[in-house]
Structures are given as structure tokens and as C-alpha cells.
Write a protein that binds this ligand. Structure first.
Ligand SMILES: CSC[C@H]1O[C@H](OP(=O)(O)O)[C@H](O)[C@@H]1O
Ligand SMILES: Nc1ncnc2[nH]cnc12
Length: 291
């Protein structure tokens, strides 16, 4: 059922993409349940893409409730090889200001309650995750931002995204602790997604849209939902331009990615000894290794 090589996951405040043409809504069933919402297949400048609203189009799912495995598996089912996450984040550094964009290259895991592997039930795999973001896809994103010359948008290339559990925002002590670790931004969603995308051999990169200074900055109010959504809406048009330009570039020049062969040396269990039910459940992920 290959339908789109490029997927987009829209986070808080980015529940649809206005530029998509010839839209088709697809309800996708996966061995890991239903995704956050129907996936939207649409065309951007002649290229078919798949869009998913991470929290559902009416923002009905908490970060801890997100069906991360179903979301990534659904993208895999549609044939996605490159996945762009657009996400609202708080800034942990003075120089990353609200309305700036960050393309992080590292994560710190502060989640407590997430399932972030497809494996288990008789099949063991350990993917390499030292470089959790696809460098080549991140470069395409960065080049797209540079080529657009967006007024008032500063891009910060690289940096560490702290992924917290939520849903409450951080305490000041936590926020300052993450600052002392040198982290750049904070959010609640991208780390499990990046891990699962890697297991699914999908290249993943984050376009982080800074909406606030969390709660550490002495000269700025602490983050509120109103602040996040207000600033995200101010940035939504630019974010969509960046995604559109990235898609154009990816379709002209699809980069190589180590993610596309991430399972090659990761699976420990001999597949001929693995439970049939698990092999069937992981179907699409194992397909090429079962031949
Ligand atoms: C609405 S504020 C907190 C919420 O915003 C971010 O969402 P996303 O990553 O989906 O853009 C953050 O991770 C929290 O889920
Ligand atoms: N300060 C913050 N903390 C966690 N997630 C966020 N999303 C946007 N701003 C955030």
C-alpha cells in the first residue's frame, strides 16, 4: 500500500497543512492499534505526503496517551521513508527566543510512561541511537529554512531536546537542572517517536518551533498553554513554508540515511527461532530480513 515517501507529524497548534491538495483521509489499522487520528494524504507541489495530527485534530490526546507505535507503524504502512516532526518547544537557552526554530540533534529522556519499542514478545533488537536524528534529513530541513530567507526567524542548528513526561510543565528547579545539563529545548513528545521511527527504518528529524522560555527566565512569564498556542500560530505559516520547501527538495534529491538500514545489525534473536505471532505482528518492519 505504498502511498507517500514523506510523512509529517504536526504537533500542538499544527493540526493541518493548508497547502495540501487532493486530500484523502485514511483510517489506518495497525497491529499496535489506531493512530492519533486519520492520516491525511495530500499533494504538495506534485509530491504525495502523509500528514498526521499528533494529538488528534481536536487535541484530545495527552503526550502520555499518544499511540506512538501505531502512529509510526501507520507511516511505515503508507511507505514513508522520511518523517518530519513539527513540534512546539520551550527554550532553555536565552539565545533561542520564542518564534525561533531549532533543529535538535540530541535528546535526553525524562519520560516515565512510554512504550518506545516495537520489539519484545520473543524478538529482541537493540538499535543504535547515538545519533537519534537523521543528519541528512536535518540538513535538508536546515537548507530549506536558509533558502526561504524568512524575516525574523533565527535557526539554531543542533542542540539537545529534553523529553519530559508532562502533562504539567516543569518546576523551576527542573528547568534549571536541564539548563545546567546544557540542554537547548524542552517538549513532551519527540523522543519516543524518534526511537520508533529508527526501529521502523524511517529517517526522522525535528523542526522545533520555540514558543516560550519554559519557567526559568527571570524576565519572561512562565509557560502557559495560551503562550504555546499563540506563538505557534504566529509561526505556523513559516513552519508550513519550511515543510513545503523541505518536501520539494526531498522529492528532487532524496538523501541517503543510515536509518534506512537500522535493523541490519540490531536484531539478536534468530528470526527462524522467533515466535510466528510476533513475526506476523512486526510484519512490515521485518519483511526484508525474513527473505
Ligand atoms: C500545548 S503545550 C505542551 C505540548 O506542546 C508540545 O506538543 P508537540 O510536541 O506535539 O508539538 C509538547 O510536547 C506538549 O505535548
Ligand atoms: N515549556 C515547555 N515544556 C514542555 N513542553 C513544551 N511545549 C512547548 N513549550 C513547552
Amino acid at each position: 500500500m505504498a502511498e507517500a515517501q514523506i510523512g509529517i507529524i504536526g504537533g500542538s497548534g499544527l493540526y493541518k497543512m493548508d497547502a495540501l491538495k487532493d486530500i484523502e483521509e485514511v483510517q489506518i489499522d495497525t497491529p499496535f492499534g489506531s493512530p492519533s487520528d486519520a492520516l491525511i494524504l495530500g499533494t504538495l507541489d506534485g509530491t504525495r505526503v502523509a500528514f498526521l495530527a499528533r494529538h488528534g485534530r481536536n487535541h484530545t490526546l495527552l503526550p502520555s496517551e499518544l499511540p506512538f507505535r501505531a502512529n509510526i507503524y501507520a507511516m511505515k504502512k503508507l511507505g514513508v521513508k522520511y518523517l518530519i516532526s513539527a513540534s512546539a518547544v520551550g527554550s532553555l537557552k536565552a539565545e533561542a527566543k520564542p518564534l525561533d526554530m531549532v533543529i535538535p540533534d540530541q535528546f535526553i529522556d525524562r519520560t516515565k510512561n512510554r512504550i518506545s519499542t516495537f520489539f519484545g514478545e520473543g524478538i529482541v533488537a537493540h538499535i543504535a541511537f547515538g545519533d537519534p536524528i537523521c543528519h541528512n534529513l536535518a540538513s535538508v530541513l536546515a537548507d530549506a529554512i536558509a533558502s526561504l530567507n524568512l524575516a525574523d526567524v533565527t535557526l539554531h542548528r543542533g542542540g539537545t531536546y529534553v523529553c519530559m513526561e508532562g502533562p504539567a510543565f516543569s518546576t523551576k528547579a527542573e528547568s534549571n537542572l536541564y539548563r545546567s545539563w546544557g540542554a537547548t529545548i524542552i517538549g513532551m513528545t519527540n523522543l519516543p517517536e524518534a526511537k520508533l521511527a529508527r526501529e521502523a527504518e524511517i529517517a526522522y528529524a525535528t523542526l522545533a518551533l520555540v514558543t516560550d522560555y519554559d519557567c526559568w527566565h527571570p524576565d519572561h512569564d512562565s509557560v502557559t498553554v495560551e503562550m504555546v498556542i499563540g506563538n505557534l500560530q504566529r509561526n505556523a505559516v513559516n513552519a508550513q513554508k519550511v515543510i513545503q520547501e523541505t518536501v520539494r527538495s526531498l522529492s528532487e534529491n532524496p538523501p541517503t540515511s543510515d536509518a534506512h538500514s537500522a535493523l541490519k545489525y540490531a536484531i539478536l534473536t534468530p528470526l527462524d527461532k522467533a515466535p510466528t505471532a510476533t513475526k506476523e505482528k512486526l510484519g512490515l518492519l521485518l519483511e526484508k530480513y525474513l527473505k
